[in-house]
Design a protein around this ligand. Structure first.
Ligand SMILES: [Ca+2]
Length: 351
């Protein structure tokens, strides 16, 4: 029997139409429509700039909303206080047991401005910011943790966010089969990783004309080349110009973190930037895109290929079906993203 609205009559046709609309909308299964949390691994050079700490705060705010799950944090800054700084921020936000892995024989070993101060701050003989990782040397080596974490997740499920040097992820690509997985690193990444959201490079004609070389790439060029040239799944770049255009307002640091006497993010900001000054949102943008890619916070470049030259200069060439894209932000998007990042960075810990 052929289906016909006319055969059902007006009332029947209306009910059928409503049924179709319900079926299309999936009404009755509303819970099924909520997207699953993004399973994230965060790879950071925390300590070289304060945006890594702020990006970690954004991750926790998104995790509070069940929009992401922080599987692990790996550190590329080879300083003993970098891992403890990650741990104290995770603990502050109520996730003290997120696995942390640290680089061995890595880059940028100097303390710089805030990680030692936060990790060693004491009030009345007790640590100001609770943490149980006392030194990065006590944490698992980063690549072993990356392999173990990836191996334990479903295929194509993990989003990796790299906001520092490429040391850990390059070594991951080169890693061999081990007790965690019979796959080599490249095959493991290809099987498990959905997306690499990376803060690296610069993608405007103005910066290219000056041969501007971005910090995350120049600090470890060989490993940046390997990751960018050989990563086997899609990569989206947040170039220097994105975080530079979206400035975190000093007023937020002055006013929005006062819900607790000592706040590790505000403390780090004071030591690094001084709360009188705005701060670029480089690493925060890579996190926001990774978790909310479809909210039109950014436009995307056409697909293409990014190449890294010997001095760390990065070039993009459009190419159909290429694996790389970079973020673009219109003035309207700059304003939207800045406010979203203010709300997320300053969100108090969950229960
Ligand atoms: Ca960083």
């Amino acid at each position: 029997m052929s289906f016909s609205f006319a055969r059902l009559g007006f009332a029947g046709a209306r009910l059928a139409a409503v049924g179709i609309v319900f079926a299309i909308a999936g009404i009755g299964g509303a819970e099924e429509e909520c997207p699953k949390p993004v399973e994230m691994i965060f790879d950071t050079d925390i300590g070289n700039d304060v945006d890594d700490a702020m990006a970690l705060a954004v991750i926790h705010a998104l995790a509070n909303r069940a929009q992401c799950e922080l599987l692990a944090v790996t550190v590329t800054k080879d300083n003993p206080y970098a891992g403890p700084c990650v741990d104290l921020i995770n603990t502050f936000y109520g996730r003290p047991d997120v696995p942390i892995g640290t680089v061995r024989d890595g880059m940028a070993p100097q303390d710089y401005k805030y990680i030692r101060q936060l990790a060693t701050a004491v009030d009345n003989g007790k640590p100001r910011y609770a943490h149980d990782l006392e030194s990065g040397a006590d944490a698992p080596e980063a690549v072993a943790l990356l392999r173990k974490t990836l191996a334990g997740r479903p295929d194509g499920s993990v989003v990796m966010v790299q906001v520092g040097f490429s040391t850990n992820l390059s070594r991951l690509l080169d890693s061999k089969a081990d007790g965690a997985s019979p796959l080599d690193g490249r095959s493991l990444v290809k099987q498990k990783v959905k997306l690499l959201s990376i803060m690296a490079g610069a993608f405007t004609q103005e910066l290219a004309a000056k041969r501007f070389c971005e910090y995350n790439v120049t600090i470890d060029v060989p490993n940046a080349r390997k990751v960018i040239h050989e990563w086997p799944t899609p990569v989206v770049f947040s170039g220097w110009e994105i975080g530079h255009a979206i400035q975190y307002p000093a007023a937020s640091v002055q006013e929005d973190f006062c819900y607790v006497e000592h706040h590790p993010i505000a403390h780090a900001y004071d030591l690094y930037r001084d709360r009188k000054n705005d701060q670029p949102t480089y690493d925060l943008t890579s996190v926001l895109y990774a978790v909310r890619p479809d909210r039109e916070y950014f436009d995307l470049s056409p697909p293409g290929h990014v190449t890294v030259e010997d001095d760390g200069f990065v070039q993009f060439k459009a190419e159909k079906n290429g694996p790389h894209r970079y973020l673009i932000a219109t003035p309207e998007q700059v304003a939207r993203v800045r406010e979203a990042l203010v709300m997320l960075t300053s969100e108090p810990p969950g229960k």
